[in-house]
Design a protein around this ligand. Structure first.
Ligand code: MSP
Length: 642
């Protein structure tokens, strides 16, 4: 944490060659949630977003439209800013890399790194991908010419260049990763970064001479033909926005609490950026957190396929806050998620309508009937200690989840709390109590539910700020640091209040109301997903499958595969088995070693990516992720399952 308990949250700055889509909205909404959460806790918070406007890609995009880069950047940057304003994103600064202060800060940083001896002049000869604005060596290319990240053709570049001595920082970076458990989140992504760095870091070319849409070198360097590499320019926005190199009055927000990025740009943020910061003698960020990608019907979104999700259309059709809830609830942070309007509608109707909204409607109805809207906490502690304890037990560690960006688990736990409240109504039947003349008892149930709802409302407010404000005002309080302290930290109960009737917050959406037709899934995909009808088998047929407990002795990533891990598994046989398993997105190799799994042991061996696989792990997968099937207590390797 930085000095004075301040918090600093950032989004990537977005390239101005494209208009905002769901991917940009996702990063920005998570960052906005974190900024609102820190403010709720009373931390002075600075939230930065903006646009990345220099570099060859933008220069070419402008040229192809017959426009000047600056004028073109002005237009697209304006679109991002307008969307974030419309989405009520609570940013404190919107930076543009064409801002004069930013450019001065970048030049100052370049000079400081040069004076430190970390920059030298040389000649660059390798391949460049304009789309990713990234350099590659010949051996890294796909099929001899394609960019290994995006697949587009690369260009051989040979030019004079200044280099940053990235190789000098390899050991220091590895030390950072090992000393600071949570510096890169989530853990699986951190492990990928570590293996990349362990393979060795080459010095990084940080200037270009073949075009000029970029920040010039500082004048005292006397080398006017060079412009800065766009990633050096862009990454430095995180400190120039606080005044680095100009008016440093906001630098006490540094280091960043949370840099939010997509998985595709983690390398820049978890390797280059901390190395630049070390060179500048600036502290390193607390967390660099990488989220996964949104796909549509399992496919990458692209303009040419016409399947790009427009966040404004979705927010207009289904409600901005419902959309925010969906984005944060639907996918585990770090994993890819598939967007469909059906999944969004299901979440709105079930989680929001049936569970959250309905609870409010029930206490509005009951308190109206029993006490003209008066709600009291008078007997809640005496009569409902069990439910209150259950709620406390869930809330105890819930914020750890948010602090580690596990937004889906955070919301899942909040919804467990709502289930306790709904369960209390069913179990205690306040209507029967009224019938039997126990009005105090009935009002205690209403009071309990109102208090549970109030706590959920405070904690859900970073995700759904406007909805939370409406519910809180119906319950007679305001969502702010004061109510957070009272209801969450001190676990106090609401003061007595008269409930205000409000219209239903989450009206049911019928699926036929889909505004935009869903693009049809690819036929092969559909086929794959189609479930076989379940057929009855005999016990003998079942016993044809040999299931055994195995102990994982070694686990490593399969190079060039996003999905596969190579495991050595002990099945109590003379020789260990090699199993190639598609679980890389869900488990870090180190976390698997010395754990037990259930293996199909008599499966015909198969070759996967040229490697022999001699068995299959049992696992259960749903939209929340994948879990390996394991014995409840340790068993000897090779123990039969059945
Ligand atoms: N300009 C750089 C960032 C510089 S930060 C110092 C950049 N810009 S970008 O506009 O291409 O991408 C910005 C962010 O959008 C990235 O975090 C990227 O992961 C995210 N997304 C782009 N498409 C996405 C999806 N389909 N799904 C989720 N996020 C994705 O990179």
């Amino acid at each position: 944490m930085n000095k004075n308990n301040k918090a600093y949250v950032t989004t990537p700055i977005y390239y101005v060659n494209d208009v905002p889509h769901i991917g940009h909205a996702y990063t920005t909404i998570i960052a906005d949630t974190m900024a609102r959460y820190y403010r709720l806790k009373g931390r002075e918070t600075f939230f930065l977003t903006g646009t990345d406007e220099h570099g060859q890609k933008i220069e070419e995009a402008a040229k192809s439209r017959g426009r000047e880069p600056q004028e073109y950047a002005d237009e697209i940057s304006g679109k991002f800013k307008a969307l974030w304003d419309e989405f009520d994103i609570s940013y404190d600064k919107f930076i543009r890399t064409t801002d004069a202060d930013h450019k001065k800060g970048v030049q100052k940083a370049f000079k400081a790194m040069f004076d430190k001896g970390d920059i030298y002049k040389g000649e660059y000869e390798d391949y460049y991908c304009v789309s990713c604005e990234t350099f590659f060596t010949e051996t890294q290319l796909m099929d001899g010419e394609g960019c290994p990240d995006c697949g587009k053709p690369t260009k051989l570049v040979k030019e004079e260049s200044y280099f940053f001595k990235l190789s000098d920082y390899q050991e220091k970076l590895l030390k950072w990763y090992s000393d600071d458990e949570q510096c890169v989140l989530p853990k699986g992504k951190k492990n990928e970064v570590i293996s990349f760095v362990k393979q060795g870091l080459r010095d990084l070319s940080i200037t270009r001479t073949s075009f000029d849409w970029g920040v010039k070198l500082p004048e005292e360097m006397n080398d006017p033909k060079h412009v800065m590499y766009v990633w050096l320019d862009a990454l430095l926005n995180y400190v120039t926005a606080l005044g680095y190199g100009t008016d440093e009055k906001n630098m006490d927000f540094w280091p960043a609490t949370m840099h939010l990025v997509g998985k595709d740009i983690l390398r820049f943020h978890a390797i280059y950026w901390p190395a630049f910061l070390m060179s500048l003698d600036l502290p390193l960020p607390t967390h660099v957190a990488a989220h996964g990608w949104w796909t549509r019907n399992g496919e990458k979104m692209s303009k040419s396929k016409g399947n790009v999700v427009n966040p404004k259309e979705i927010a207009d059709a289904y409600g901005l806050e419902n959309f925010r809830y969906f984005l944060l609830r639907e996918v585990p942070f770090g994993q890819d998620g598939d967007f469909s309007q059906k999944a969004l509608i299901d979440r709105i109707n079930s989680d929001l309508g049936n569970e959250f909204g309905n609870l409010l409607n029930r206490i509005i109805g009951m308190s109206g009937k029993y006490s003209e809207g008066n709600v009291t906490s008078k007997d809640v502690k005496a009569l409902h200690v069990k439910e209150l304890d259950e709620v406390e037990a869930i809330l105890e560690n819930i914020e750890d989840r948010l602090n580690l960006l596990q937004t889906n688990r955070y919301l899942e736990d909040l919804w467990k709390v709502l289930t306790i409240a709904n369960g209390a109504i069913t179990a205690h039947e306040p209507w029967s109590k009224i019938k039997n003349g126990d009005k105090d008892g009935a009002l205690a149930v209403v009071g309990l539910v109102a208090n549970i709802l109030a706590r959920v409302t405070v904690l859900v407010s970073p995700v759904m700020p406007k909805t939370a404000t409406k519910i809180a005002s119906a319950l007679g309080f305001e969502v702010n640091t004061e109510s957070y302290t009272k209801l969450i930290e001190k676990k106090e109960l609401l003061s007595d209040f008269v409930i205000e009737k409000i219209p239903p917050l989450f009206p049911r959406i019928e699926e036929e109301a889909l505004e935009t037709p869903e693009p049809a899934p690819k036929p092969e995909k559909k086929k794959k997903k189609e479930k076989k009808a379940e057929s009855i088998i005999t016990i003998d047929q079942f016993f044809e499958t040999s299931l055994k407990i195995g102990t994982i002795l070694e686990a490593e990533e399969v190079p060039k595969s996003d999905r596969l891990l190579k495991l050595k598994v002990d099945l109590g046989e003379e020789k260990t088995r090699q199993v190639i398993a598609g679980i890389k997105e869900y488990y870090a190799p180190a976390d698997l070693v010395n754990t037990q799994v259930c293996i199909v042991a008599n499966l015909k061996p198969a070759k996967i990516m040229g490697m022999l696989s001699e068995g299959m792990l049992l696992a259960a997968k749903d939209k929340n992720g994948l879990s390996l099937m394991r014995p409840e207590a340790p068993k000897k390797s090779g123990t039969a399952v059945g």
